[in-house]
Design a protein around this ligand. Structure first.
Ligand SMILES: Cc1cc2nc3c(=O)[nH]c(=O)nc-3n(C[C@H](O)[C@H](O)[C@H](O)COP(=O)(O)OP(=O)(O)OC[C@H]3O[C@@H](n4cnc5c(N)ncnc54)[C@H](O)[C@@H]3O)c2cc1C
Length: 472
């Protein structure tokens, strides 16, 4: 997320403290994130495997076993004999319970790296466990880049495509659309390659499969020649931004905005291709800015009008920020302040009204939140379980500070998403079950058929995944 600069936020803090007057200022405590210590079992022995937690700390499990095979052969051998349910883990950056298992957790951290870059087709074979930052650096060394990137680059490639991870851009698809071919190792230890011309149905199912068809050990991805982007960040009243949306989406290669709760203001971010020289990297002040917004929630949560005044005062003379750099640098950010997130992908036509409704719900109910709401657009695709299947979409994401309960907030927003036939991000919080998904995905039954063929006894199915796929 891009947020106000340190200078403007210091002004905001000053304004807020003037209003808060004599109130006690609560300390801003940002608890460190650490794996929970291994708990002793009933007989006093330490468990065999370390507990696991995701990035936000909102999901955890105590797997009976963790495995990190060094190659496909070892993986195939292990999958046949380890305790079930078996779940793959990438970087653990999903918020929904798509990873936790009390069976076996498989990481492909040792099956990572970029190989076979084709200078003519700009395609590369990337191993499943490769983190996006490493892939982007390796591709850049060969003069190549992805057409788009998500907000961060810490995910594994296999994890990112398994949940249809996306960036923003009305005419650009999710990362799964860049995949030209996949290699899977199934639960029975079979290795299967698929592409648009080989095992074509499996390819349509496997490009977004939430870890339920097999372990993705390799993907052939389409890249393009390295390019630079000019990034602009500006502030505008949210209603003006919403009115100008069609024009902004058409004008800019990548356009997104964040609505700052209780402010009436939005931060627009555009990225457009350029040949201009790179500019110095700006200091990342997003985390400081978020903690300042948290402070305003803490001090002025009881007085939304004053909070709005303080934020608007700070944004009054917000300068347009510009930066030129290679695409994989301007499109991604560092996220130090942890949160939980819910994101749904809505038909593009209804998204502006849905956002208006979300803002109204938050502000009339004085919901406790300071994280900006993110609005992005994504092109339609034809991947069976892609939330972008058959429709140009707008993604609206709400975030809650990791130490605060998100349930009531997300429930209120999810009701709006559902009313507008939104499809949830597979890696983010949602409460949908098999019947809901079946109604939202035209190819749902085709996917279920392939899932059953590849994993007939449900070795990849945890109780959560059984609910998702409607397996008793
Ligand atoms: C700070 C932050 C920012 C984010 N920004 C964005 C964003 O801009 N856009 C967006 O769309 N999402 C975003 N996300 C969500 C994130 O991209 C997805 O949840 C993604 O799936 C995480 O990748 P991972 O490698 O951590 O996978 P994990 O969360 O570890 O796993 C995700 C799924 O992939 C499966 N999986 C993992 N590895 C394999 C494998 N080798 N074979 C088969 N299945 C596998 C897992 O079983 C699971 O079902 C963000 C998350 C965080 C925490």
């Amino acid at each position: 997320m891009s947020h106000p600069t340190r200078r403007s936020l210091l002004k905001m803090a000053t304004a807020a403290s003037a209003i808060a007057a004599t109130g006690t200022v609560p300390a801003i405590v940002h608890s460190a994130f650490a794996d929970t210590p291994a708990a002793a079992t009933k007989n006093g022995a330490l468990p065999k495997s370390l507990p696991w937690r995701n990035w936000s700390g909102g999901q955890s499990c105590q797997p009976a076993q963790r495995i990190a095979p060094a190659n496909e052969g070892e993986l195939a051998e292990l999958l046949r004999k380890v305790p079930t349910p078996i779940r793959a883990v990438g970087a653990g950056h999903s918020f929904s319970p798509v990873v936790p298992t009390d069976g076996t957790l498989v990481t492909l951290d040792r099956i990572a790296g970029v190989e076979n870059i084709n200078a003519k087709t700009h395609q590369a074979d990337v191993l499943g466990g490769t983190r996006l930052y490493r892939m982007a650096d390796d591709l850049a060394d060969m003069g190549l880049a992805f057409d788009n990137m998500p907000d961060i680059n810490k995910q594994s490639l296999a994890g990112a495509i398994s949940t249809s991870t996306h960036g923003t851009g009305a005419n650009i698809g999710s990362l799964s659309t860049f995949v030209q071919g996949l290699r899977l190792v199934t639960v029975s230890g079979r290795t299967i390659d698929c592409s648009a011309t080989k095992n074509a149905d499996l390819f349509q199912a496997a490009r977004v499969s939430v870890g339920s068809l097999g372990l993705i050990t390799k993907a052939r991805v389409q890249a393009r020649p390295l390019y630079k982007l000019k990034r602009r960040v500006w502030v505008q009243p949210v209603e003006e931004m919403l009115e100008a949306l069609p024009e902004l989406e058409a004008k800019h290669r990548n356009f997104e905005f964040y609505y700052v709760p209780y402010s009436g203001l939005a931060l627009g971010i555009s990225n457009d291709e350029t040949d201009e020289a790179e500019t110095p990297t700006l200091m990342n002040e997003d985390d400081d800015s978020l903690m300042q917004l948290k402070m305003l929630q803490d001090w002025l949560g009881w007085a939304p009008g004053m909070r709005r005044w303080a934020i608007q005062k700070a944004f009054g003379d917000y300068p347009v920020e510009t930066r030129v750099d290679f695409s994989h640098k301007t499109l991604t950010s560092e996220r130090g302040v942890r949160f939980n997130e819910m994101e749904y992908h809505l038909p593009r036509e209804v998204a502006a009204d849905a956002l208006r409704e979300i803002i109204k719900t938050i502000e009339t109910n004085n919901i406790r939140v300071f994280f900006p709401i993110e609005f992005r657009t994504v092109a339609a695709d034809d991947i069976w379980l892609s939330p972008f299947y058959g429709r140009k979409s707008a993604s609206i994401a709400v975030h809650q500070f990791h130490e605060w309960d998100y349930h009531d907030y997300f429930a209120a927003v999810e009701a709006i998403y559902k009313k507008h036939e939104g499809r949830p991000h597979w890696g983010k919080i949602n409460t949908l079950k098999a019947a809901d998904f079946a109604a939202l995905y035209p190819k749902w039954n085709d996917f279920l058929k392939i899932r059953k063929e590849l994993d007939p006894t449900g070795k990849f199915l945890t109780p959560y995944m059984k609910d998702v796929f409607g397996v008793a």
